[in-house]
Design a binder for this molecule. Structure first.
Ligand SMILES: Nc1ncnc2c1ncn2[C@@H]1O[C@H](COP(=O)(O)OP(=O)(O)OP(=O)(O)O)[C@@H](O)[C@H]1O
Ligand SMILES: [Mg+2]
Length: 381
């Protein structure tokens, strides 16, 4: 095969060689096997990889040129020797060129087949690579989903454990409330009534009568106080205000109670003409505000707290912000056993009605807890 650098020389060289052979043939006596040189040329052309059409030209033109010599010098020697030479070498040239053409066609077919095969292999490899990538993505997504489910499951387990603890502590708190606020009053009432009974059992002197009247008045005051205390315990357990007058009134009432109890100034701001929302939503927001206020009293060292309730195109937003010390950085507030659940429970309550809870720095200082519930969840809550 000629190097591609000199390929352009092949055709002119072959043409020159043919002309040269023809001239040699003309000047040599008939009988010398000059047509053999055309065969040599054809084999050389095959060897250097000449174009197929050039081979065909050699196969056609060579025998014709050899024939011309026979026409020009018919009497130069024995014609049949020249004719025989011409015939033999023409046939050999045709066989050589014919075989080369067949070989080239087969080679082209083989190359085409292997090109197609390579293309198919490349396509299949690409398809496999894409499928593999998809599979990897699916596996990663599946793993992520499993991890998320795992996280939710353990969070749920922890929350339900905490709920049991909260229920327990609520029961204990209720028992303490009943004991401290109501039990003591009832004991005092009991004593007062017994004393009255003792006073009224003896002779009813005017002094005994007025003492009995004083004690009865005391007893009545105790009954009033007890009723008031029972009402306030009941309010805390289930604020009737919330049911009757709605969230705005209940929040204001609770905030004022909170201010009275803790000495932290309470400010309340509510959007105008707020509608009533489903009971579940109002209770959730009320409970979150309650818990956030407890946190303010417990952790914030604040002097003032603001509760703001609005409803816009996005939905409801309830903000409880204080002017206290602000949140400690995350690592400094590890949850102690049995505490540190307030925020998690608040967030869970918000999530249960389709909302979300955020806690972060307030404007300027302190902490702000923000609960948002999109309007679209109000129907379904
Ligand atoms: N208003 C606030 N100001 C400053 N820090 C706060 C405030 N609210 C919460 N924190 C911080 O966030 C932590 C988590 O609050 P969270 O209510 O979850 O737990 P807790 O109040 O410590 O315990 P629990 O509510 O279970 O009785 C608190 O320990 C406190 O450090
Ligand atoms: Mg708390």
């Amino acid at each position: 095969m000629a190097s591609s650098k000199f390929r352009f020389l092949i055709n002119p060289a072959i043409a020159t060689a043919m002309a040269a052979i023809f001239v040699i043939d003309l000047h040599t006596p008939l009988g010398l096997a000059v047509p053999f040189l055309y065969l040599l040329l054809a084999l050389l052309a095959i060897g250097v990889g000449a174009q197929t059409r050039v081979l065909v030209i050699i196969a056609v033109v060579g025998p014709i040129l050899a024939g011309i010599k026979l026409q020009i010098h018919p009497s130069d020697g024995v014609v049949w020797v020249g004719q025989t030479n011409r015939l033999i070498f023409s046939m050999l040239i045709w066989i050589a060129v014919g075989l080369e053409c067949v070989r080239r066609r087969l080679e082209a077919g083989r190359r085409e087949n292997s090109r197609l095969l390579e293309k198919q292999v490349a396509e299949r490899t690409e398809a496999l690579r894409t499928a593999n990538q998809k599979l990897e993505v699916e596996i990663a997504e599946r793993k992520e989903a499993e991890a998320t489910i795992g996280r939710y499951a353990s969070r749920l387990e922890a929350l339900s454990n905490q709920l049991v603890t909260v229920q327990d502590s609520e029961r204990k708190a209720l028992a303490t409330e009943l004991h401290d606020r109501i039990g003591q009053n009832l004991s005092a009432l009991n004593m007062s009534l017994n004393l009255n009974l003792a006073l009224l059992s003896g002779p009813l002197s005017p002094a005994a009568l007025s003492a009995a009247q004083v004690r009865i008045r005391d007893a009545l005051t105790l009954v009033e106080q007890t009723t008031e205390k029972v009402r306030s315990v009941m309010e805390e357990l289930h604020p009737a205000l919330l049911e009757q007058y709605g969230l705005t009134t209940a929040l204001r009432w609770h905030g004022e109670e909170f201010a009275g109890r803790t000495g932290i100034a309470f400010r309340y701001s509510a959007g105008e003409n707020l509608p009533r929302w489903p009971g579940k939503v109002e209770t959730t927001l009320f409970r979150i505000a309650q818990e956030a206020l407890v946190n303010v009293a417990k952790h914030a060292e604040a002097t003032a707290v603001t509760v703001a309730l609005t409803q816009g195109a996005e939905g409801i937003a309830l903000t409880i912000s204080d002017n206290g010390v602000g949140l400690a950085p995350e690592p400094q507030r590890p949850p102690a056993a049995g505490s540190g659940w307030g925020l998690a429970i608040m967030a869970e309550r918000a999530r249960a009605v389709g909302g979300a809870l955020q806690i972060g720095p307030g404007h300027g200082q302190g902490t702000a807890v923000v609960v948002t519930i999109p309007n679209r969840h109000l129907e379904t809550a």
